[in-house]
Design a protein around this ligand. Structure first.
Ligand SMILES: CC(C)(COP(=O)(O)OP(=O)(O)OC[C@H]1O[C@@H](n2cnc3c(N)ncnc32)[C@H](O)[C@@H]1OP(=O)(O)O)[C@@H](O)C(=O)NCCC(=O)NCCS
Length: 387
């Protein structure tokens, strides 16, 4: 197998997208010409005899972390042609990407995985979970009396990129794991055929829902609310649409308050699955970038064969006002893999839970509990769109 791995030239973008489509099994047609993805110069391809047999893309963005935001490499379009699988092509691309992110100074990488068995070996960990919901709308009454306070109105898809990004940013401000929707994604939404309903109070847009009607069911793609009344109103709107009997929603945060607002919470069927995957490309930089719920000191032994620059022992001195993280020779409190450290990083997965699963070696008794208290965050990680 004579392979060449390199970035693509702008005129190779159609071939790149064609290979991604072949890898994922979807159709892509240059004539349908979507606006180009962000950072197409960060598209990596593996060529055999001049044809692309493997592809991977990443765009630069910011990810919310407790106490602020950090640069992130958002990875998408990772695919290898079915004719060329299990020969190490993806591994090559993952290694090249990781070196590139490291050189660019992006301390974190993130992705959504097609299968949960793939990315742990590359040091990614499940950063948070999300849920798919189904509810019979006849059993969707709220437990407390409810009246719409604001105004609901339809918005043309083409107008959504001008109206919704502001409220999206407000709704996600304190949400770890959130990444702003790209212009590319807003343009795709604008060209789509979904219904959009916004909720306004005092002339200000406080939330919106994007949905479709299929077989007498409401299928909610996104429901974004910056206030509790926007949240309650938009869900009530979805539940009360005439001639529909069911609401389905996907990509919901695990700590959405809706189940606690329902008179019959059991009627809301919830399926949980891995959401955003996180990779600490530069572990000490990522650890120093966030703030911590309680002050404390931890010595963490990190194993990371895929990114050897992370291997070693770090002392983390951290608290609500910030943190420092540097190499140390002090005795470690616990030993952890890069993948598990990434899972715990945003506060969505407790260290003690990973310890009980046999994934972390606790060397100083009580240190995992201390780590849980430090890494805790008021909101669970959630990235509201899949990139
Ligand atoms: C997933 C995919 C990119 C893997 O490409 P590949 O070139 O066959 O992968 P590699 O040969 O480099 O394998 C790398 C490692 O991942 C493992 N792996 C690859 N695909 C896997 C899968 N689907 N499930 C579990 N493990 C997988 C391999 O066993 C190998 O493990 P090892 O190196 O620890 O022995 C390819 O199967 C594909 O394009 N699938 C469809 C699209 C897709 O799911 N993309 C991922 C997007 S998030």
């Amino acid at each position: 197998m004579n392979l060449e791995m390199r970035g693509i030239a702008p005129d190779e973008y159609p071939a790149f997208m064609t290979s991604a489509a072949r890898g994922f099994g979807w159709s892509w047609n240059a004539e349908d010409a979507e606006p180009p993805k962000p950072d197409i110069d960060r598209s990596l391809a593996v060529f055999e005899r001049g044809s692309i047999v493997g592809c991977a893309h990443a765009f630069g963005s910011d990810i919310n972390i407790p106490g602020g935001a950090a640069p992130v490499a958002a990875v998408d379009d990772v695919a290898v042609l079915p004719t060329h699988r299990r020969r190490g092509i993806m591994r090559m691309m993952m290694a090249r990407q990781m070196e590139d992110f490291h050189e660019r100074g992006e301390p974190i990488a993130a992705l959504f995985a097609t299968e949960s068995s793939i990315y742990g070996r590359f040091g990614y960990g499940i950063g948070g979970f999300e849920e798919t919901w189904t509810i019979d709308t006849l059993r969707s009454a709220y437990s407390a009396p409810f009246a719409h306070m604001g105004r609901l109105s339809f918005v043309e898809p083409a107008d959504t990129p001008d109206i919704f990004p502001t409220v999206f940013a407000r709704a996600m401000r304190d949400r770890p794991g959130s990444i702003p929707l790209t212009q590319h994604r807003w343009q795709r939404i604008a060209r789509g055929k979904r219904f959009h309903v916004q909720y306004e109070e005092n002339g200000q847009v406080e939330g919106y829902v994007r949905y479709n009607i299929e077989n007498n069911g409401v299928v909610v793609d996104a429901l974004i609310a910056a206030t509790p009344s926007a949240h309650a109103s938009l869900w009530r709107f979805c539940f009360d649409i005439d001639l529909t009997w069911e609401v389905k929603a996907r990509m919901r945060p695990v700590d959405d308050p809706l189940p606690w607002m329902l008179a019959e919470p059991r009627r809301l069927s919830r399926r949980s699955y891995d959401g955003l995957w996180i990779r600490l490309v530069d572990a000490p930089a990522a650890l120093a970038a966030r703030s911590y719920d309680t002050s404390g000191r931890l010595v963490i032994e990190v194993s990371d064969p895929f990114c050897p620059w992370n291997e070693g022992r770090y002392e983390l001195e951290a608290g609500p006002d910030g943190a420092s993280c540097s190499r140390t020779s002090k005795s470690p409190d616990f030993a952890i893999t890069a993948s598990d450290l990434a899972s715990a990083y945003l506060g969505g997965v407790p260290f003690t839970l990973l310890g009980r699963a046999g994934r972390i070696e606790e060397l100083a008794s009580g240190s995992l509990k201390r780590a849980d208290a430090m890494f805790a965050a008021p909101l669970k990680p959630w990235c509201a769109f899949h990139f």
